[in-house]
Design a protein around this ligand. Structure first.
Ligand SMILES: Cc1cc2nc3c(=O)[nH]c(=O)nc-3n(C[C@H](O)[C@H](O)[C@H](O)COP(=O)(O)OP(=O)(O)OC[C@H]3O[C@@H](n4cnc5c(N)ncnc54)[C@H](O)[C@@H]3O)c2cc1C
Length: 383
């Protein structure tokens, strides 16, 4: 069977879903194709929850995109009656005093006009007695930021896409071969999808699909997530008493107990290499020990909290954390979107808007998003 579209987007994670949605809003016929379905359990977008915060050091573009994206997520949730998919928990950024990234964040937040508070020691201890702040702590609080219920948020985008006429297909696309203009992609089930433009938004699968130019340049790492059970009747680990938080120095972050699912804690440090397709998703005992030690020190009341649930996901890291939004080097009408690098989820709406505009209106993407800037050395600078 052959089907024909203006654009075929391969990959229904947060990047592909929003890009497809924007292309369709622009009046194009669009197919959105995923091997396992939108925000599936292997996908980077398949987790329970993701942080949306505005602080990005001196990287103003990401502050602006996060701000724009929060508005677009909220509009989508209002329009679809799914307001529960964003929790306005506030986000608490904890760092060592005079940490340069944190100081740059303050400057950017001011320049862009983002609401924030710089909390002093006595205010912190009064507001959050359940957190032990340690000796040297500089804290920024973003009251309007919070948590997105990731898997369901992406599925809301794809439901909206399908409801308004987009074609959602569960198919595995086969790697396209050749050069010049691509006219169709084959799927493993033997179907053919014709389109004028193809977008590969395959997240951590991109280096498997295109090893000749992305191997080593997008590096998927194993990331473990832990949900701990607060003591019975204890509400200090739920919102609004507990904000979403990032401990920059310890490379840890977490979310309050949302929907009574448990207090989420995860390490932002890059883990071992992972294959998103075949990986078994069991946590490592050493990492659990490290997280428990951190939990006991930062949140003393959670010292003996039982582990309720775990997830193993993957970051798809570029050399420095900048996204990839560029044309395929061998095909004029094929685009590559990815490199979310552990911070991409929140940006889905703005990234999709930007990518759809480049695809339909032409023009080069910003240098930081280009394939040419994606190096094999790992030197993370965007968090
Ligand atoms: C543990 C963890 C915590 C994170 N925390 C945050 C956070 O707090 N805030 C934040 O903003 N970001 C966060 N991120 C990052 C964010 O989740 C990712 O950057 C984002 O989800 C990447 O989306 P994607 O669409 O590029 O990839 P994916 O969601 O992986 O989507 C790619 C899709 O492509 C499909 N696919 C692949 N190959 C094919 C093929 N050949 N044919 C058809 N389909 C195919 C897959 O099935 C998959 O659904 C986190 C990530 C992890 C793992």
């Amino acid at each position: 069977m052959t089907q024909s579209y203006d654009v075929a987007v391969i990959g229904a994670g947060v990047f592909g879903a929003w890009t497809a949605q924007w292309l369709q809003r622009g009046g194009l016929t669009v197919a959105l194709i995923d091997a396992y379905g939108p925000a599936n359990s292997r996908a980077s977008s398949g987790g329970e929850s993701r942080i949306i915060r505005m602080g990005y050091g001196a990287e103003e573009i990401y502050t602006r995109w996060a701000h724009r994206s929060l508005k677009l997520w909220q509009e989508l949730f209002a329009q679809t009656g799914r307001q529960e998919l964003f929790h306005r928990t506030g986000v608490l950024w904890m760092a060592r005093t005079k940490d340069p990234y944190t100081l740059a964040t303050l400057t950017t937040l001011k320049a862009v006009g983002i609401e924030f508070e710089e909390l002093q020691r006595d205010e912190l201890e009064q507001r959050y007695p359940q957190i032990s702040f340690g000796e040297e702590t500089q804290v920024i609080y973003e009251p309007a930021s919070g948590a997105l219920m990731a898997r369901r948020a992406v599925q809301t985008v794809t439901e909206e896409f399908a409801r308004s006429g987009g074609k959602l297909l569960i198919e595995a696309a086969v790697k396209p071969l050749g050069t010049g203009r691509l006219s169709e992609v084959a799927t493993r089930s033997g179907n053919r999808i014709k389109a004028d433009v193809f977008v590969f938004a395959c997240g951590p699968w991109l280096p498997k699909l295109f090893p000749e130019f992305l191997g080593g340049r997008i590096h998927p790492t194993r990331q473990e997530v832990f949900f701990f059970g607060p003591p019975a009747g204890e509400r200090r680990f739920t919102a609004p008493q507990m904000p979403t938080w990032i401990d920059f120095g310890a490379e840890m972050y977490g979310l309050p107990d949302l929907e009574n699912r448990g207090f989420k804690v995860a390490l932002d440090r890059h883990g071992a290499s992972i294959d998103p397709e075949t990986a078994e998703r069991n946590i490592t005992p050493e990492l659990l020990d490290e997280v428990r030690r951190f939990l006991a020190a930062r949140f003393p009341a959670m010292k003996d909290a039982p582990l309720l649930e775990t997830r193993v996901c993957q970051y798809e890291n570029t050399s420095n954390g900048d996204f990839l939004i560029d044309r395929h080097p061998d095909f004029d009408n094929v685009w590559l979107l990815g490199g979310g690098s552990g911070h991409g989820f929140k940006h889905g709406p703005a990234l999709g808007e930007y990518a759809a505009a480049r695809i339909t209106e032409g023009g080069e993407t910003a240098n930081r998003f280009s394939l040419a800037t994606k190096q094999a050395v790992r030197n993370r600078s965007v968090f």
